[in-house]
Design a protein around this ligand. Structure first.
Ligand code: SF4
Length: 328
């Protein structure tokens, strides 16, 4: 068993198998002084996920380093579950997935293929079947839409980094799904009592700030394109991807909270809370490094989503419309 590999990818089956073989139980990990380093690193994993959105690689020089790194992963998971915050859970799952993505980009194609197999993804000469592609590709981003990819006999060609990116999504989903159904043992709450309180306070503060910031918004000030799109979404009409994207970027730019944006989308016919939340948080930069901008009027016009009124004659961007209306 390659300890260095499982230290980098502690979510794979091989890592679980290693822990089973070593016969290390939860009590030992939580209380034994030998594992203090793993506990500290477990807390660090969660903190980095919360504050930075990505977990840094640990320095792995020998087998003991690898062992501590592997064990820090279940500790971090137990801690996240004990905190009982869906926000943290999502952020943590993504941070672990991003860490794996960075490693996969540096690793050999063989490792990537191996990890892909964990998710039932079969590779054929650097291509994957379109059904796997659709399951994991971040299609909220236009460049990942299937129509923009080279498709041959049901297979989509991807380069190494793209495959790693696709696997990032598979890993994020796996971690999130697993943790959603777990309960933390009582001992975890005792051992990490202080950390749990500190992290919960931090999350509560973040949520309070968001609510205060977004109280002062009036739908009547929205430009006609956005009003139309929101009305269509609320009536359950299937709005094209670019329309949904425009709404999210606009609402984010004027300061709507993630939850407020999510509520608007809850009426769409194919609503999937987890997927929608993930897309919103990506577009708004909450769990990615990029905050996407609201498209200009010219762009919205080419999509056939512009319904101008008098004020529209004097502006070139929906946010300028909103600001002018607010000033009035
Ligand atoms: S002109 Fe601009 S702001 Fe007005 S409806 Fe069209 S896209 Fe929206």
């Amino acid at each position: 068993m390659d300890l260095f590999k499982i230290a980098k990818y502690p979510f794979i089956e091989e890592a679980k198998e290693w822990v089973r073989k070593e016969k290390i139980d939860v009590e030992e990990i939580l209380f034994d002084g030998i594992y203090e380093r793993a506990r500290n690193r477990g807390v660090e994993r969660v903190m980095q996920a919360l504050y930075k959105g990505i977990i840094n690689d640990a320095i792995l020089l020998n087998e003991v380093d690898c062992m501590m790194e592997v064990l820090s992963y279940p500790i971090a998971r137990m801690l996240v579950v004990a905190i009982e915050s869906d926000y943290l859970l999502r952020r943590y799952a993504l941070a672990e997935a991003k860490k794996a993505y960075e490693n996969m980009k540096r690793d050999s194609p063989e490792i990537i293929i191996e990890i892909g197999k964990e998710f039932g993804i079969e590779f054929k000469d650097g291509c994957i079947h379109f059904t796997d592609y659709l399951k994991f590709a971040p299609t909220w981003d236009i460049k990942w839409k299937l129509v923009n990819r080279e498709l041959r006999q049901g297979y989509v060609r991807l380069d190494k980094n793209e495959i790693a990116r696709l696997l990032q999504e598979a890993i994020r989903k796996k971690i999130y799904d697993e943790l959603s159904y777990l309960f933390a043992p009582q001992e975890v709450k005792k051992v990490f009592k202080e950390e749990i309180i500190a992290i919960r306070n931090k999350i509560a503060l973040k949520e309070r700030k968001e609510t205060e910031k977004y109280e002062d918004i009036n739908f009547e000030d929205f430009p006609p394109c956005i009003k139309n799109l929101i009305s269509a979404i609320k009536s359950g009409i299937n709005v094209p991807h670019v329309g949904r994207f425009t709404v999210v970027t606009f609402l984010n730019a004027i300061g709507q909270s993630t939850n407020e944006i999510l509520k608007i989308f809850s009426s769409i016919p194919d609503f999937n809370e987890e997927k929608t939340l993930y897309q919103i948080e990506h577009i708004t930069g909450k769990i990615s490094g990029t905050i996407y901008s609201t498209p200009k009027c010219d762009t919205i016009r080419t999509w056939g989503l512009c319904y101008p009124d008098e004020l529209c004659k004097k502006i070139w961007h929906p946010l300028i419309y909103y600001r002018k209306k607010r000033r009035k």
